[in-house]
Write a protein that binds this ligand. Sequence first.
Ligand code: ADP
Ligand code: MG
Length: 690
Amino acid sequence: MVKETIRVYARVKPLGRRQQAGIYSVDEEEKSVSSLEIIVPRDLADGFVNNKRESYKFKFQKIFDQEAKQDVVFESIAKPVAECALAGYNGTIFAYGQTGSGKTFTITGGAERYSDRGIIPRTLSYIFHQLQKDSSKVYTTHVSYLEIYNECGYDLLDPRHEASKLDDLPKVTIMEDPDQNIHLKNLSLQQAANEEEALNLLFLGDTNRMIAETPMNQASTRSHCIFTIHISSKEPGSATIRRSKLHLVDLAGSERVTKTGVGGHLLTEAKYINLSLHYLEQVIIALAEKNRSHIPYRNSMMTSVLRDSLGGNCMTTMIATLSLDKRNIDESISTCRFAQRVALIKNEAVLNEEVDPRLMIAQLKKEIQDLKDELALVTGEQRTTELSQEERLRLDELIQRFLEDNDPESTLDVGPDMRKIKYCFVHMKQLMNHSKISEEKLLSQHVLEEKDTSIQVGKEELKLKEILQQRDGEINILVNMLKKEKKKAQDALFQLNAVASGSNVLDQSLSINLEERRSPSSCAHLKEAKDFSCSVRRLPFLSRQIGEMSLGCQEAFEVFKRDHADSITIEDNKQLLKQRFAEAKSLGEKVNEVRNKINHLKGEITQRHIQKAALAVVSPSEELNKFDPVEEKLRTQIEEEKKSYKTMFNRLKGLKVEIEHLQLLMEKAKVKLQKDFEVWWSEEATKLQV
Ligand code: ADP
Ligand code: MG
């Protein structure tokens, strides 16, 4: 058992250039304590008559200042927790802070650079590397990804669903067993045999989350996301299994409704945007108080799910994310205050070991046999589990007689034998159901036949009308776009004319350009759109995409794409990907060369052995055991080549992971582009209707 307080870290997000410095300072006091001082600028502090404090000081295990990189954050925060999970303890890392302070960046990572990948992908990579190294146990790993929004849980990993709204995802509910353990019904556990599979699942979840979100419903700032890695391990031949769960939690934004500025009582009274974070705080307060017997875990789904992580069987770590500029001073202080309370909570992590069910079955079998023997001793007859054919026939007869007997006093007496009593009940139920069903069947058949035909005709007509309306809308949007393009061209023309009036050479080239734009190149665009749609289709879970667009919609998509900021990111990543591919290719060739060289050197050694053996036949005493400097040299050469082979091979493996990650990032950016377009398109359509 490991008893320790929750570890609490702080991370300060890099400030933009315009945001003023000097608001806070970091002081590394000792190895395991750092303090963060937040200095309230005079103009803000002056606004409060009853609070003259100008600086606030908070202690953390460690503070990651603006320059801290993702690998450093992983090494100090996540790696120790991952190690515990590998050893069989539960672990939780959660990020808490206002929207925009870097929670998602810290937990999942940035969307652009490979080096920006966050705690989840790095932890997966670390865990799978460790598992590979350890051949003394058999491991299985699963992942799950839960989003909680408005007290409802959603499974982000359900592959059967193509979400377009959060409600399309399967709803997850909480169940409590008699031992008060929490179980999540409908949350799928997906097996992930290696890093690549696990990363694919992470991206699937993130994509589902992104698609489910609309500009009207920015769920991500108000929902909690819990990515869980489940590890189980067993030594071959042993009956005990170790199971552990590692929760990586991206909480909802902690901002409060009333932004009033800095002031003691105002801060504590301000209301949360997010009710479940309010309940989280209540749980934390209750846990931090000594002698509290009741902890209100059940008030919200999130506190129920994280129950073990808070005051229970778990190694828990919190990261307070801070966006420390002048406007956010009050939120930052409240985040730090929350962190200070969390730091008081003690958890007791225990090894999660349980006995193999097979061993249990063997024990139970023995117990059953013992009981049977005892029963036989008491009743004087040996009993099998099943009734014999004869016994059943006799019971059927008894039942029949009982049912037909009109005497209200008649009874069905089968003796003190549970098997016989059960048999009678089942038999009677069957008889009853049978007579009920045959009655209902007759009735319903008649009604159904009449309904069917009339519904069919109505549906067809409605569908046609809908399509017609949709096409009308599309044409209108396209006409609008065309008008805008035309106006742009006219403006350009007008300017040109103003600069060089009479120079019709320019005019001509311009009009040629416009022509070109309308005809052949738009075909090229279309082709590109198709390519794009193909590439999106490669991810099986995103299949609901562009293929279904009408031609007009595709045209509009091309123009939209051209002007969208994300296309630059996609382009950049494409270039990077090309580079990495080339690097991987040349590295692969080099690895092959080295392998050939090693084989060649080995061949030479064998050759020398043969020669030596031949010489030994001629002069037996001397040659065989003599030290051979040439062979020795060949061996050192081989060793060196092997070393370089290993480094290159490892680099190649790293490149592979990076390439896969980049590919996933690109797919994600493309899906986002597509989604932005859908939103824009539907907005245009509504505008036109109005
Ligand atoms: P939150 O999830 O808390 O709302 P995000 O993680 O989405 O905040 O961060 C908001 C923005 O700031 C994102 O664009 C993110 O890339 C950027 N960001 C956050 N933390 C860092 C950091 N440590 N380094 C660089 N960029 C960051
Ligand atoms: Mg976020």
